[in-house]
Design a protein around this ligand. Sequence first.
Ligand code: ZN
Ligand code: ZN
Length: 135
Amino acid sequence: MKALRTRSQERILNLLKTTKQGTSAQDIYVELRNRNQSMGLATVYRSLEALKLEGLVQMRTLANGEAVYSLAQQDKHHLTCLQCGMSIPVNQCPAHALELELQATHKFKIFYHTLEFFGLCTQCQLAHTAEASHS
Ligand SMILES: [Zn+2]
Ligand SMILES: [Zn+2]
């Protein structure tokens, strides 16, 4: 069964299919305008909310507090550097088996899960060490 989607939702879905990283609602708004598919920012938010409840889109909050959206299909995780904000994708998922188990034991339809690791990337660790040795 396929839920009825509005044209705004379709446009946002199509846009998210072409973006690799998560995109903020503001960026989606600007990108749609560039594609001559303009819609109000409120419509962008409303559509994202509807897509989120359908389990098609997932939201992730970056270290700077910004919310970014991406398609929910991929089971992707990241190592996020607190210093420079770089996100390194992680290709393994230790939670996948657990997800299937929880889905069965709780009869809960899980759309997606999040798992993120925070710390310092190699570059920032080096910068930190250099800084420490100067003081
Ligand atoms: Zn860094
Ligand atoms: Zn996962």
